[in-house]
Design a protein around this ligand. Structure first.
Ligand SMILES: NC(=O)c1ccc[n+]([C@@H]2O[C@H](COP(=O)([O-])OP(=O)(O)OC[C@H]3O[C@@H](n4cnc5c(N)ncnc54)[C@H](OP(=O)(O)O)[C@@H]3O)[C@@H](O)[C@H]2O)c1
Length: 239
């Protein structure tokens, strides 16, 4: 019998994170997921309705470094096979426009999209080390691509995801990750019908299936660590 995989998904209360939670539960995985404090009750009810364990829902606000550190203390498993850093913040607000930009707006987007996924990976490192084939999936965006980018929009968001991609490329060749054989995957989920995209694009269910298929390719070695992959086409995106 194959081993039951433990998967952690951040930002599970809606959008792609919710679909990934349902998808991995349907595959028989032990799913642990996060949402903000105020969403805990409704997320626990959703977990139960999907056949998951409501006790596996953990509070996490990305900009709260103490909450990130605390996850190691309340983590309900001995090891972690797949960490999906999915939660992120868009930059559709007024304060993201060039003439309105301010330090707080930049800080919020970078804390949520760049710093938090890296610090959460650090916090959960001992649990990943305990897995026989650990994988960290960073949900990034094609808007991170400097080469492809021909849009004047999403300045903060694109920059925060490009910075995340850059960190991942460096970590993937660091001794910590190479010695422990921890694979890192950079995955663009496609244009997906969620609040972040203004509800344009493919369904969250299709995107979750595509992301899980790419995760399998990282785990099998078909995609090398730190590759930047479009999960819709399953091809490499230029940096
Ligand atoms: N949708 C697309 O077309 C698209 C395209 C490229 C990349 N992506 C990426 O796909 C991932 C999922 O996005 P989505 O489309 O599913 O967006 P979404 O529906 O807006 O969901 C975003 C999730 O992130 C959580 N989140 C945001 N800021 C947070 C914070 N500071 N602390 C804790 N949780 C926070 C949200 O929680 P709350 O509900 O509590 O705010 C929500 O669960 C993101 O990494 C996004 O960048 C999406």
């Amino acid at each position: 019998m194959s081993r039951k995989l433990t998967v952690l998904i951040t930002g599970a209360n809606r959008g792609i994170g919710l679909a990934l939670t349902k998808h991995y539960i349907s595959l028989g995985c032990e799913v642990i997921c996060t949402c903000r404090d105020e969403q805990l009750t409704s997320m626990r009810e959703q977990m139960l309705s999907f056949g998951g364990n409501p006790e596996n829902v953990i509070a996490l606000t990305l900009n709260d470094s103490r909450q990130i550190e605390r996850i190691a203390e309340v983590f309900p498993a001995k090891s972690l096979d797949i960490l999906v850093n999915n939660a992120a913040l868009g930059d559709a607000s007024e304060g993201a426009k060039f003439d309105k930009m301010n330090m707080n707006e930049w800080s919020d987007v970078f804390q949520a999209n760049t710093i938090a996924p890296v610090l959460l990976s650090k916090t959960l490192f001992p649990f990943l080390e305990a897995s026989p084939n650990p994988l960290i999936v960073m949900i990034t965006s094609h808007l991170a691509s400097i080469e492809l980018n021909d849009s004047p929009d999403s300045v903060l968001y694109g920059a925060s995801k490009a910075a995340l991609n850059s960190v991942v490329r460096r970590l993937a060749i660091s001794p910590e990750f190479i010695d422990r054989k921890i694979t890192l995957g950079l995955v663009h989920p496609g244009s997906v019908k969620t609040r972040l995209s203004g509800f344009q694009g493919i369904s969250t269910e299709t995107s979750a299936q595509n992301i899980a298929a790419v995760a399998e390719k990282f785990k099998s070695g078909e995609f090398s660590s730190a590759s930047f992959i479009d999960s819709e086409t399953q091809t490499v995106i230029p940096w």
